[in-house]
Every structure is written in C-alpha cells, then in structure tokens.
Design a protein. Structure first.
Length: 171
C-alpha cells in the first residue's frame, strides 16, 4: 500500500463493512462510519508504520478494489511464529470476481516469506459468507471465540487458523 492508496483502501473498508455487516453489527455504528475518518486514521497509522504490518492492495485500472493486512498475531496465547490476517476486503461491487482469492494467495505467500508457521484470523460468527471463503482457503475454526462490544451490543467473533506448511491451491 502506498500513501496514495489510503483513500481507496478506506473506501473499500468502510463500504465493505456497511454491506457485509448489515444485520450483524448495530446499524447506527455502520451508518456512522465515514471514508474521511477512516482515511484520517489510516493515514496516521501509515505515517507511524513499521514493517510489522504488510498492507496489500488490489487495483483495477488504477482504482483500489481490495485490501489485505498481515502482521504478527496480536494475541498473548499465540506463538511468535503465528501471523494474523488482520483484514481482507474486496469492494462490495467486486465480490465473487477473484479479488479476494488473489489477495489471499498473496497474503499466504507473504506469511510464508515472513516465516510464519501458522496464520490466524477473526471473523464475525454470523458472517457465513466470509466463513465459507476462509474455509475454502484452508482455514478452520480453532475454538477461539470472543465478543466484540459495539454500541453496547456483544457481537460474537470466532477465530480461524491455518498451518502454513507447503502451499495448497485455493479451491
């Protein structure tokens, strides 16, 4: 990700949340999300960035249509060799076109290059579409769960994991 990609990444992220999480996350929270505020926060992170988190961008004709972020696992109970897929989004109007699969392939390659042995991610328990996508990519629920508090509502999340032994093709 380059600095000039920040607005596009924020657009994909905010529109992705608003489309994918409707009915799963309080609507007031989703309605309050703005591309401008997300871009401001993302720009601040970009300026402070180290190479700990890798941001990958998918573009078509110079327009950001997808984004993924990879870094070390943020959890205390994980091993140092555990990475975490922090984000993976395709623009809502580009779902089903292969952008997510391409970002997943690049993320898995980057995770191996960073010598991660295992990759974890968190997904909303109710997001069956995302869960199917991750399962097709070789991730499985590992028993971890958590409630994400959003505007006074507990939104259940589940943790998925995948070993990063030799690469396997995405289905």
């Amino acid at each position: 990700m380059r600095e000039e990609d920040i607005h596009g990444v924020s657009t994909v992220r905010v529109r992705g949340w608003q489309a994918a999480y409707a009915g799963m996350v309080p609507q007031g929270y989703l309605d309050a999300l703005t591309v401008a505020e997300d871009a401001r926060l993302r720009r601040d992170m970009f300026e402070r960035a180290t190479d700990t988190v890798l941001n990958l961008v998918a573009e078509e004709d110079g327009t950001v249509v997808g984004w993924a972020a990879l870094g070390p696992s943020r959890e205390d109970d994980r091993e140092p060799s555990d990475g975490e897929l922090l984000a993976l989004y395709a623009a809502p109007d580009r779902l089903g076109t292969g952008i997510g699969r391409a970002l997943m392939r690049q993320t898995l390659t980057a995770a191996r290059e960073r010598s991660f042995q295992r990759l974890v991610l968190w997904v909303l328990a109710a997001d069956t579409s995302a869960r199917r996508f991750y399962e097709r990519a070789g991730f499985l629920p590992d028993g971890g769960s958590s409630d994400w508090p959003v505007d006074g509502v507990a939104v259940p999340e589940v943790r998925y994991a995948r070993d990063l032994a030799p690469p396997r093709p995405l289905r």
